[in-house]
Design a protein around this ligand. Structure first.
Ligand code: NAG
Length: 338
């Protein structure tokens, strides 16, 4: 692909931002890009041993180690970390694949600190890292909120290999955890410029960044943009977009709900709760109907009507309501709505 074409493609998302925020933000995006490049050029200062080819890895993985990988993976999928860890400990620690399997299992079982220990051991052993290694290291460190490590891993991964969709996805997730909207969009841009088609999950996690940052404008534009480039949103995309609209204008929330229904995507109890919370617009935590009455009585009647309507729609579709939403339902009845 020609570089001009590539630039045109890459500019798409930035153009989107420019539309939202006048020329200024475009400059800011480029500034952010520059500092990322500087970051990439900065050498040294890495905590990880750079990947080096270990002759041992050219060897066929022996049967015993293969069995260990299987045992780790099975236990990890079953959510049984102690069993996965016991299998991992039996390994001689000579093969990246065993470490990868253990990191995946630790992540699935949410034993993030153990995941870090496994990653560090792999680094110290000087074993080569694969895309799976970097992807899960990123997921683990971003769950722990260790942003410096996240940054270093992204840098090292980009130096060592050409990231594919899963690794880019983990990078967007890391940006999303930290609520870094511009960074998430830049990663989408990079993917597009490298001719990778960001999938629904990648767009969904960029919209999740908007949710963390409460950036409804960008969330809305990302939903429209993904549809425009032919990627179908799913339930998670809408759930995140609605979450990004906490306290935002009623019309925007109503539009998201009707777009979702128009695409035949069904909500569930989590969507209903997210929608109700976004209508309320504060950290809602009423533990009783009486407390909920206090919180809701401040709100605009139009928002209360909308709340009553989504709750009754949920009842009609037999969606199980969460405790908090039930309190809202009770409060709405007391206030004469629904
Ligand atoms: C939303 O994100 C964009 C891009 O990072 C930024 O320019 C804008 O200021 C953000 N808006 C809000 C309300 O945070």
């Amino acid at each position: 692909m020609g570089s001009l074409q590539r630039m045109r493609r890459a500019a798409l998302v930035l153009t989107l931002l420019a539309h939202c925020y006048s020329g200024q933000s475009l400059c800011r995006s480029f500034a952010a890009q520059r500092s990322l490049d500087q970051l990439r050029q900065k050498s040294g200062n890495q905590i990880h041993t750079p990947a080096i080819t270990n002759p041992l890895n050219r060897m066929v993985v022996p049967q015993e180690e293969m069995r260990i990988i299987t045992a780790i993976s099975e236990a990890g999928s079953a959510g049984d970390w102690p069993r996965a860890k016991a299998a991992y400990i039996r390994s001689k620690g000579l093969f990246t694949n065993v470490f990868n399997a253990a990191m995946v299992a630790a992540f699935k079982c949410r034993y993030y600190n153990d995941g870090v220990a496994i990653y560090k051991r792999l680094c110290n052993a000087g074993l080569p890292k694969t895309e799976v290694t970097y992807t899960y290291a990123l997921k683990i460190f971003s769950k722990l909120g260790q942003l410096d490590q996240v940054r270093d891993i992204i840098q090292e991964a980009k130096e060592q290999l050409k990231p594919g969709i899963p690794l880019f996805g983990a990078m967007i997730d890391a940006a999303a955890e930290a609520g870094k909207v511009t960074e998430a969009i830049e990663i989408l841009d990079t993917m597009r410029s490298e001719n990778l088609v960001p999938d629904t999950a990648a767009w969904g996690s960029a919209i999740n960044a908007c949710k963390t940052a409460r950036n409804s404008t960008v969330a809305r534009h990302l939903v429209n943009f993904m549809i425009k480039v032919g990627v179908e949103p799913n339930y998670i995309v809408f759930c995140n977009a609605v979450g990004a609209h906490n306290g935002a204008g009623l019309v925007h929330l109503q539009k998201l709900k009707s777009d979702m229904a128009g695409m035949g995507i069904k909500g569930d109890f989590l969507f209903v709760e997210t929608y109700v919370f976004s209508l309320i617009g504060t950290q809602f935590s009423a533990r009783s109907v009486t407390e909920a009455v206090d919180e809701l009585s401040e709100l605009d009647p139009e928002r209360l009507t909308e709340m009553a309507s989504i709750i009754s729609e949920a009842r009609a579709s037999q969606i199980r309501l969460t405790g908090l939403v039930k309190n809202v339902e009770g409060a709405l009845q007391r206030l004469g709505f629904g």
